[in-house]
Design a protein around this ligand. Structure first.
Ligand code: C5P
Length: 405
């Protein structure tokens, strides 16, 4: 028996079941994943439904089972692209020789293989088949191809097989698969590094009861703190007022105003290897805060504001400065503004996103980023903020390595 670590997880796991006798083990896998706090959605091929009833998985996962690619009702409820975007991880278990071959060749003739193609999250496969089928050259070639595409292969194990033969091909035990999914050995790409992140909005007081603020929820900054922690970094989070709980093991400094955020970040920046300015810092704050509540005496009222200090630009100007990453939330001319900020603020990288649209941006669960650095750019497609944060952390580590070499 292995013991899970004591951490809170809210992972979205998409379990795809292809047609092998090991499908019965996937029922236990759903139970274990849910016990660990994951949300599970199940996709079955027609062959898989011959082995275990979809009702079993519906009851265990608490969600309807998906099986049809071209079903008007299912597409309306949660179509294949939404399912793929929903997932933090896709696990194909059991993965038959046929399913592995289809995935390795990029076929998309049913829901499972189409989801594999549409997935942008980490993909895992747990092969299960007769030992001779497993050892067949073409199966091994397909496995190598999938590995080279970034797929993690779990198992198979050696032992007695349902067909009566003995050898490699048994699907790994559900506990083993669960451990991979929930506590995957993450690439410790920031191991030994110190990361400083600023997150959330700031509040600029007008009087004792009123302030100016913005729509930032802090979700992106907190997701980055989590991802950096997972990647092995020591993390400090300077946070504006948000309704989020920071991950344990993160050193949190709570602030309210842009000025307080400036003081906190500047006092810590030199001691860190990376600074990510994910906070929506107020650009202006009232010239003075009234000591008493402002009364509504006049028909019109004018606020006099002054520019706040640009924390990000100041960090990037330091002599001994961390690798500095900024954010740019734009309603128009995204690339132009992002490139201007990259150069103007002397940043190493800038992650730009659209705001004020139907999906993504401030206070949304999802986002997409267009990341720019001096020699290049990369688009991180629309996905949930946890996954996006992990992708951005990987990109930061790659660019840092590149800078060092
Ligand atoms: O210049 P703009 O506010 O559009 O740039 C956004 C980036 O600058 C974000 O990374 C934000 O955290 C940072 N910023 C800052 N200090 C300010 C204003 C913005 O660090 N006063």
């Amino acid at each position: 028996m292995f013991k899970f670590q004591d951490v809170t997880i809210n992972k979205h796991i998409l379990l795809a079941i292809s047609g092998g006798i090991a499908a019965y083990k996937s029922a236990e896998l759903v139970r274990l994943l849910r016990k660990q706090g994951a949300q599970v959605r199940v996709v079955m091929t027609h062959a898989a439904m011959q082995f275990v009833s979809p009702l079993t998985f519906q009851a265990l996962s608490g969600n309807p089972v998906h099986s049809e690619l071209l079903d008007a009702d299912e597409e309306h409820a949660m179509g294949h692209i939404s399912l793929a975007r929903w997932a933090d991880a896709l696990i194909i278990a059991p993965a038959t020789a046929n399913t592995l071959a289809k995935c390795s060749y990029g076929l998309a003739d049913d829901l499972l293989s189409t989801l594999y193609l549409a997935a942008t999250c980490p993909v895992y496969v747990a092969p299960a088949m007769n030992q001779a089928m497993w050892h067949k050259t073409v199966t091994q070639e397909n496995i190598q191809k999938l590995k080279s595409h970034g797929v993690t292969v779990i198992g198979p194990e050696q032992g007695d097989q349902a067909c009566g033969e003995t050898g490699f091909g048994r699907m790994s035990e559900p506990e083993e698969i669960c451990r991979y999914l929930m506590f995957e050995p993450t690439t410790q790409c920031l191991s030994g590094l110190k990361v400083l992140i600023s997150a959330g909005p700031t509040r600029e007081p007008l009087d004792p009861v009123r302030y100016i603020t913005n729509r930032s929820s802090g979700k992106m900054g907190y997701a980055l703190a989590n991802a950096a922690l997972k990647a092995g970094a020591k993390v400090t989070l300077v946070s504006g007022p948000v309704a989020l709980t920071a991950p344990i093991n993160v050193d949190v400094v709570n602030v309210e105003t842009a000025a307080q955020m400036h003081t906190a970040v500047m006092s810590k920046a030199e001691d860190h290897d990376i600074y990510i300015g994910a906070a929506a810092v107020a650009d202006y704050s009232p010239v003075m805060m009234e000591m008493q509540k402002i009364k509504k005496q006049t028909e019109q009222s004018t606020l006099t504001l002054q520019k706040t200090k640009d924390i990000l630009a100041e960090v990037a100007q330091m002599t001994k400065r961390p690798f500095t990453v900024g954010f740019a939330a734009e309603t128009h001319d995204l690339e132009q503004y992002a490139q201007n900020k990259l150069v103007g603020k002397n940043l190493d990288m800038i992650a730009a996103n659209w705001v004020g649209r139907d999906i993504g941006g401030f206070d949304s669960e999802q986002n997409a980023l267009h990341v720019f650095w001096k020699q290049g750019q990369k688009t991180l497609a629309m996905t949930n903020k946890n996954q996006l944060a992990e992708q951005l952390i990987r990109l930061i580590s790659e660019r840092m390595e590149h800078r060092t070499t």
